[in-house]
Design a protein around this ligand. Structure first.
Ligand SMILES: [Zn+2]
Length: 129
């Protein structure tokens, strides 16, 4: 992996979870954390989908020729051969690496933990010195 410091990315993930973002990709996280190496960010996010962290879930999202975010498949699952129909515009298209990309979702447990943590630190601020 090309990145040495992932604390920026971890911070961005917490912010996204606090804002209730439910779907995002490596490009968004890279730009929010000022990382230019999108591939490394993607690798790191994939690493965080490991069940032992319980943070993220990866899905393959397909984009129809009209640019609609269309279908979702589990990451690692084989994509169907042949044509699929866009759920929004009914356009038929064939899936390939150019119209399918990885998107990430937060696990509910992680969102809850982040919110609990944020609540605790905001309470700390209210304690008189
Ligand atoms: Zn469409």
């Amino acid at each position: 992996m090309g990145l040495n410091d992932f604390s920026n990315i971890d911070r961005v993930l917490e912010e996204l979870a606090l804002k209730d973002e439910y779907r995002f990709n490596a490009y968004q996280v890279a730009s929010l954390s000022n990382e230019i190496d999108v591939d490394s960010v993607n690798e790191y996010l994939l690493y965080k989908t490991h069940p032992k962290f319980g943070i993220l879930e990866a899905k393959i999202e397909t984009i129809c020729p009209e640019n609609h975010p269309d279908k979702h498949f589990d990451f690692g699952e084989a994509l169907p051969d042949g044509e699929v129909e866009c759920r929004i515009c009914d356009e038929s298209y064939t899936l390939n690496p150019y119209n399918s990309h990885i998107v990430f979702y937060f696990k509910d447990k992680y969102k809850k933990e982040v919110k609990k943590k944020a609540l605790k630190s905001s309470k700390k601020l209210l304690v008189p010195i």
